[in-house]
Design a protein around this ligand. Sequence first.
Ligand code: AMP
Length: 279
Amino acid sequence: MTTVAHSRDELGRARQALTGKTALVPTMGALHNGHRELIRQAKNLADDVVVSIFVNPLQFGPNEDLARYPRDFDADLEMCEAEGVALVFAPSEKTMYEREPAIRVCAGPIGQRLEGASRPGHFDGVLTVVAKLFNLTRPDVAVFGQKDAQQLALVKHLARDLDLGVRIEAAAIVRDDDGLALSSRNKYLSPDERQAALALPAALEAAAEVADNGGAPAEVVAAAFGILDSADGVVSDYVALVDPDTFEDPSGGAALLAVAARVGNTRLIDNVVVTIQKG
Ligand code: AMP
């Protein structure tokens, strides 16, 4: 049986009943098989899994999709029940932000790059809600997806730099059979747009091949750009090869190739880790 908590009181009572190790999976709902994998990984790491479902207004820009972000609580709960989740925390906006927060987490320089450059304030909003969720649910471990690689890196820094006492675990990207990374925002895509969106995984695959063949960073990036820019209906936002921890230029070894592109009105992101030759 999955317990559902909407209020802080309900959460407090339900959390107290969980006496073993707990793992938190923070989500914005509209759960898909990518979230399911995070939940399964969390189950392997702890006695009880807590899933939070909250569409966090703090991380959306004024012209973004907060109002139309997909929401389906009944289907989400069904998945959580099927996966043996102990506790679902689904607060209202009012419960999470009783008043406008005077204090926010500042994501720092890493939070200004890539997604942060395209979405000013996004990561301050993400890290603020993650810190609140950690404090409210007090997990031993929390699982985040590699799909949002910059978010994952920043949450690791958050936990370490503020000594939050939560271990952060990464879960690999879950893709559809045709390679498109699963995302709640894929629901926005028309059939034609969904087809066009395959340019993202295709760009990553082509670039990874260039890296495997010893290509220089500029060649790896150019291979990805080439595919994105020649795809009809796709407008690239950025293609970047960065150090997966600092998001600075990679110095050789593992590097993160991250892409963001607009397909119609939908902004999609994807990434792959490649190996870059030193020097
Ligand atoms: P969201 O509900 O989109 O905020 O995502 C909640 C968590 O699920 C985040 O840690 C995401 O990185 C992760 N996630 C979303 N999509 C995927 C995916 N396709 N594969 C792996 N993790 C994912």
